[in-house]
Design a protein around this ligand. Sequence first.
Ligand SMILES: Cc1cc2nc3c(=O)[nH]c(=O)nc-3n(C[C@H](O)[C@H](O)[C@H](O)COP(=O)(O)OP(=O)(O)OC[C@H]3O[C@@H](n4cnc5c(N)ncnc54)[C@H](O)[C@@H]3O)c2cc1C
Length: 460
Amino acid sequence: MYLFMHRKDLRGYDLRAFDAIRRRGGEGVHLFVVDPALADHQRLESHSGRTFLRALARLVADYNAADRKLHLLYGDPAEIVEALLLAMPIAGFVAQADFTPYALRRDSRLRAACERHGRGYKIYDDALLIDLADFGQFAKRTEPYKVFTPFYRMWLGYMRQCYAPSGTARLADLHTVRKLDSGIENRYRLPADIASRLAAAARMNAHAESPLEQLASFAEASVADYSDRRDDYAVDAGSGLARWLNHGVLSPRIAYETALDRDGAEAWIRQLAWRDFYLMQARQNPDYFAYEHLLDLSGLSDAYFDAWAEGRTGIPVIDAAMMQLRETGELPNRLRMITAMFLTKNLRCPFTKGEAYFRHMLADYDNTLNRGGWLWSSSLGYDASPYFRIMNPVTQSITHNPSGSYIRRWLPQLAHLPDKTIHQPTPEAIVDLKRSRALAIEAYRGILRPSVGQAVPPEE
Ligand SMILES: Cc1cc2nc3c(=O)[nH]c(=O)nc-3n(C[C@H](O)[C@H](O)[C@H](O)COP(=O)(O)OP(=O)(O)OC[C@H]3O[C@@H](n4cnc5c(N)ncnc54)[C@H](O)[C@@H]3O)c2cc1C
């Protein structure tokens, strides 16, 4: 008997582990642990928490549809796994890789429990489209790529020659154990409020397109225009699939395979390569989750953070974006870049404050990709935006939404303004864009000097 634990792979198809289990045969306990350290009350109330519950409800539905059993427990994963190892004849533990600092600590405890009891411990990594070890050999490199463009060139070559297609094992091919040790079931039972939230999430799913249907509609109707329309944030021409990819409800391989032969799909597939680029960094750049400890950010301040978060900066596109984010949990990529750069640069706030805020607010929150976006915006990490190239939110607004329709929608109090003036800072603006830009360049030059050899700013 094996123990299979779902984590960021909340689906019942295309998992390398399922292919391996089917080859080997035998029955297994399939488990998802709701970890209170990750799913506290506040998180479950948030946009990102609701997405998590919907993703989990989809997984439960997949198991039910295949007439297979998924056990849902609540508690500390390492403690639960150890209890199961002691109570049941489990030969080995199988799960999906995860590389955030919390996940690494959790997994070292899980591995230690398996070792203590002489059981196997096997981890698969289905999150990326490339197999990192194989990719390293293909590229003849021992060091990870630090710049996206050469990474992407190599990535395209690898995908053409070495891509391993999606797997074929389905839940129905596996044999799941129906009954757990009853003591364990009682001790780690899902609290009633989480069970009822999960039931509500299942009802929401029942009225929505499934992620696979959403992918099919996007590939059919929108992927061809993606390149031209991606930055038109008033429309948001994105696929909206990030939330399902991040929880593993949607397999990235199926996403890639569905888009591959479509006209004009290159631009969208390039975004999947960006995703791989950040996931690679989380695995291979030891500083990825530690820049705030390696650099001196003490000259920055969170004095303006609340005004930013509450949409009270007086810079219309920023305030409109923060309203959209708060109300819906949605924010198109360009607006994430503009708002993140404004917070970290013009308002000189440590990126960690914005990163933490997005954690609760984004419906598609993912710890690795969110960090990637914040590192990029604050000029930290591999291939970040150069510290002296600071987006001007007014110029961005004029360029990407000249009519100002986006601002009118989210800030109705400005709706009466003509197209020409609607983008401009209001008289109450909390910073002067030009002066704050100059101060940000000074501040980040100082922060980055010891570690990053970026060139000096060009003459204005
Ligand atoms: C400050 C900041 C924070 C971000 N936080 C998150 C986050 O928490 N979760 C998240 O999934 N993405 C994050 N992103 C990346 C990007 O904004 C979202 O992936 C994208 O907007 C999701 O919309 P979509 O599903 O319509 O993607 P599409 O535009 O349809 O793109 C397809 C897929 O490619 C990937 N992708 C797209 N853009 C990027 C990118 N810039 N970097 C890496 N992968 C990308 C995503 O998996 C996405 O689903 C962040 C970006 C910034 C600048």
